[in-house]
Design a protein around this ligand. Structure first.
Ligand SMILES: Cc1cc2nc3c(=O)[nH]c(=O)nc-3n(C[C@H](O)[C@H](O)[C@H](O)COP(=O)(O)OP(=O)(O)OC[C@H]3O[C@@H](n4cnc5c(N)ncnc54)[C@H](O)[C@@H]3O)c2cc1C
Length: 395
């Protein structure tokens, strides 16, 4: 009998396992991951940005955990010898109509307690000589890291603290009886006092197996990336972002220098036809039918059809994708970028057709479920884990 069974070997599950063992030393913990290793899904397919927390509603979990998480993540990287860099970023308004949104973002940054600076086109050129815009915000506390390496370091730490890790173990069913949870997998059944669900793209289904109704479904949003050819990397020094659409939780296609020196452009946001579908042609009948029969998705589509069509167009047409990039860095040409692998975001969509904006954590009788942990959850993984360990202690 385990005290805790954690489902999910992404950064959230691994950091949560570490936090549980920290708060409850000497307890028996088991972490189950269906893949053969760590960080094979969202954690291993993202932009690698240590977000500062400028975008998020003051007082929200995202705003709080992102700021705290960025600080804690940097300390963790220092302790475990993981490369990272606090290189700063710029958010650039390229059109007159974006200036009020940029101002609102600047105010939000101040409310969230961040060091932010408004800059004009001249100062922008000093920071990013090839970027162009009417005005920008400089956010010095943004950084870059390889989240896969961070997840692997958490896995090593969980082992050091006495936790048991089982990759290659898929959770297929869950039953609850009295004061225990029984987790049925392809490798047998495991009994636990408390179950913690950090299953990312499958977190809603795992919650339902546990009898917890999340009130939302995970909708997969593919994010496609291009890479700048090595001889064109000079066009981007650090991170260049557009002003995001305030109605969406996605940040808009941006340029990111990765910690290993590549410069990536993306991600866009298109509805995926498979929860773990990384290629354009990937299709899963169960996921597709579930999406198409979810009325909330149709409500979302009706409200945002124009944006949706624009994203699909950018997905099909490299020319359209590059047109978006040229707004930020006009010298980029179609021949300068090559497609690289995509990521899939697990975004919860409520029954009323609204995207869940904040991180969402729900509790069952003997279980805790992370039901919405999209960006910036990699940055925020340490405080998310601590929050779960706190809730388990209080239960
Ligand atoms: C394109 C993209 C760009 C992003 N950019 C950033 C960024 O720059 N900065 C940032 O902070 N965040 C970013 N994010 C968000 C960040 O990557 C995620 O919020 C974070 O990785 C979520 O971690 P997780 O552990 O919850 O999910 P995951 O990493 O998806 O892990 C969930 C795990 O659960 C396992 N699992 C699922 N079902 C089962 C089952 N039945 N049995 C056993 N195991 C199961 C899966 O195999 C998986 O390994 C980005 C995300 C995407 C997709």
């Amino acid at each position: 009998m385990f005290d805790f069974v954690v489902i999910g070997g992404g950064i959230v599950g691994l950091s949560t396992a570490s936090a549980l063992l920290e708060r409850h030393p000497g307890t028996r913990l088991l972490l189950l991951e269906k893949e053969g290793g760590w960080a094979r899904h969202q954690t291993g397919h993202n932009s690698g940005v240590i977000h500062s927390g400028i975008y998020y509603k003051p007082g929200s979990y995202k705003a709080r955990f992102c700021r705290e998480g960025a600080r804690a993540l940097v300390e963790f990287c220092q302790e475990r010898g993981i490369d990272y860099e606090i290189c700063g970023k710029v958010i650039v308004a390229t059109e007159q109509g974006e200036l009020p949104l940029l101002d609102a973002l600047f105010e939000r940054g101040l409310k969230n307690g961040l060091e932010v600076e408004k800059i004009g086109p001249g100062e922008l050129k000093e920071l990013e000589p090839h970027a162009s815009g009417r005005a920008a915000i400089r956010v010095p506390s943004t950084g870059i890291v390889d989240f896969k390496k961070v997840a692997e370091a958490f896995a090593a730490l969980v082992r050091e603290k006495g936790g048991e890790l089982r990759p290659g173990t898929r959770v297929e069913d869950i039953s609850e009886g009295g004061r225990e949870v029984v987790v049925h997998t392809n490798n047998g059944a495991f009994h636990a006092r408390v179950l913690v669900n950090c299953a990312g793209l499958y977190s809603d289904r795992v919650a339902r197996l546990c009898g917890v109704e999340p009130g939302a479904k995970i909708v997969p949003f593919r994010g496609e990336y291009y890479e700048l050819r090595p001889e064109k990397r000079y066009l981007v020094k650090n991170l260049i972002y557009p002003v995001p659409n305030p109605n969406f939780p996605f940040l808009g296609v941006h340029f990111t220098r990765s910690i290993d020196g590549m410069v990536e452009a993306g991600p866009n946001a298109v509805l995926g036809l498979a929860r773990e579908g990384y290629k354009k042609t990937d299709f899963d009948l169960k996921d597709f039918v579930e999406e198409m029969t979810y009325p909330a998705l149709w409500r979302l589509a009706r409200k945002n059809w124009r944006t949706g069509i624009g994203e699909i167009h950018r997905s099909i047409s490299k020319k359209a994708f590059v047109r978006g990039l040229k707004k930020l860095v006009p010298e980029v040409e179609e021949g300068d970028v090559v497609p690289i692998s995509a990521g899939v975001r697990a975004q919860a969509l409520k029954e009323d057709g609204a995207l869940v904006d904040d991180f969402l954590i729900a509790e069952g009788k003997n279980s805790v479920h992370v039901l919405n942990a999209p960006s910036p959850a990699a940055t925020s993984a340490i405080p998310i884990g601590e929050e779960i360990a706190k809730r388990v202690a209080a239960a």
